[in-house]
Design a protein around this ligand. Structure first.
Ligand code: HEC
Ligand code: HEC
Length: 429
């Protein structure tokens, strides 16, 4: 009898180990096939530029009314976001969840996280990719013709801007809601950039960084360099697993990773070193907030390309550290990863049943008005129609699939130094 129990236990032990090996091997081949691997570490070889960029990122003098900095909306130690669904721009007061709208406007979109966004594989930035680099011709396309090679061309800026992320950083500075300030609406972008760079040039603390031909491009390059160094992520538990340490993920995380590759279909778009295809897809996210046209609608990539097939497409986001960047999607429609997964499970159902009360409860003190939700049947019909083919049939995830997938997103994809910011509920079971 005793012998039999030992035998059973022994076989259980052997088969459990065989299962564990099996799941590891499966995962290893998935990571390999979907080209997921840690991006290379970028060393800080230009410490002076880094320091300048860091100071500028936190400097309210980049806004002409001197009341908002990049870090108001992209808080470095809190996931490079502001925790709001839609950001409160120039004229607001306070930070993070304590930020109040006052006389400020709110942005049409959620402040995206900045992790790994400096990677040169990105050819377009912003949710709709409106700042892009044509790598064949080396020409930028932006909302400002003077930067795109059109007359009058701003050579002194374009010739100096070092990369796409630097080009991107010129735009929050002139954005009417984000940083410019309504009393400077009459100026063109070029004059705002000039005023801002003069302000920075005059500051005593920056004297070491100022050259004779200093202009806004130097500011842009420093901001971009700081972000490149500071917000690189390549050392999550998943990265250690890929490098061969099988024990860096728990069994629940591994099961979640399998859902990511198999039933969840996530890796069909979230793949490659950064867990993104760096292009634009529609996941039929609900529309909340002011939107980008007069009808409170946001047609995403279509606004840039005017191609009907691009309606409601947005930039597929990289996923390292994603759990600390709530709320999610281009307008922050979902407060938690659980809601995002429920959405993916059946997007058309999710859009029709979308319930904004969760956000209203969270943000009742931040905004002056209730958050607008687009219930227009026509818009929502087209939003659902636009859904990418990969997601058109429901995923049919079980409760266990969902919670292990969420555990993978929360724990395996997040650097340990941020684990204390996350409620790891799904990983405890
Ligand atoms: C008022 C809040 C606010 C401020 C201030 C702000 N941003 Fe943003 N940022 C946003 C929002 C909202 C978006 C998305 C806009 C869009 O895609 O249409 C964004 C987009 C970005 C992106 C694009 C990321 C991606 O995924 O494509 C980068 C990079 C960025 N901001 C950096 C900066 C820098 C650098 C500054 C300071 C010069 C700055 N931001 C100031 C709210 C803000
Ligand atoms: C068809 C391509 C596609 C598939 C499949 C896909 N995603 Fe996405 N993902 C996107 C796009 C595009 C966005 C941005 C959508 C938006 O904001 O409207 C996104 C956004 C996200 C976000 C929010 C990012 C942020 O910064 O707000 C998370 C989290 C996410 N995806 C996880 C997943 C998971 C988990 C799966 C599998 C269940 C998955 N995705 C499947 C394309 C895809």
């Amino acid at each position: 009898m005793i012998l039999n129990v030992t035998k059973v236990l022994f076989w259980f032990f052997i088969s459990f180990n065989a299962y564990a090996d099996h799941i590891d091997e499966r995962l290893e081949s998935y990571f390999e096939n979907f080209l997921i691997k840690p991006p290379q570490t970028i060393l800080n070889k230009r410490p002076k530029l880094y320091e300048f960029g860091k100071s500028l990122f936190n400097d309210k003098d980049l806004s002409l009314n001197k009341n908002i900095s990049c870090s108001t909306c992209h808080i470095p130690e809190l996931g490079t976001v502001d925790a709001l669904a839609l950001s409160i721009g120039e004229g607001g007061e306070g930070t993070h969840l304590l930020r109040r709208q006052m006389r400020a406007g709110i942005t049409s979109r959620n402040a995206p996280h900045l992790f790994n966004k400096a990677d040169p594989s990105f050819k377009a930035l912003f949710w709709d990719g409106r700042v892009s680099l044509n790598s064949r011709t080396g020409v930028y396309e932006t909302p400002e013709p003077g930067l795109n090679g059109e007359n009058p061309e701003y050579y002194e800026i374009v010739d100096k801007v070092e990369n796409l992320l630097a080009m991107q950083s010129l735009f929050p500075i002139v954005n009417h809601i984000e940083m410019r300030g309504s009393n400077f609406n009459h100026l063109d972008n070029h004059s705002v950039w000039k005023k801002v760079s003069n302000l920075i040039r005059a500051k005593k603390k920056y004297q070491d960084y100022i050259s004779d031909d200093f202009n806004i491009a130097d500011i842009a390059n420093a901001l971009s360099y700081y972000q490149k160094i500071e917000f690189q992520v390549n050392d999550t538990p998943m990265d250690r697993f890929i490098k061969g340490n099988r024990s860096s993920l728990s069994l629940t995380e591994k099961k979640g990773a399998l859902v990511f590759f198999e039933k969840g279909r996530c890796s069909r778009c979230h793949l490659g070193p950064l867990l993104t295809n760096r292009s634009f897809q529609s996941v039929s996210a609900p529309q909340i907030g002011p939107g980008l046209n007069s009808k409170n609608n946001d047609e995403g990539r279509y606004l840039v390309t005017k191609n009907e097939n691009h309606k409601y497409e947005f930039l597929t986001q990289p996923l390292r550290n994603i759990a600390i960047t709530a709320p999610f999607y281009h307008n922050g429609a979902y407060a938690s990863l659980r809601e995002v997964i429920d959405h993916y499970d059946n997007p058309s159902k999710a859009i029709h049943n979308y319930d904004v009360t969760q956000l209203e409860r969270l943000y009742s003190l931040n905004y002056n008005e209730m958050i607008f939700v687009d219930r227009n049947h026509y818009n929502n019909f087209y939003r659902v129609q636009s859904l990418n083919n990969i997601l058109k049939t429901p995923l049919r995830l079980s409760e266990q699939d969902k919670s292990s997938l969420i555990c993978f997103l929360k724990k395996s994809l997040t650097q340990e130094k941020y684990h204390h910011l996350i409620d790891m509920n799904e990983c405890d079971r």
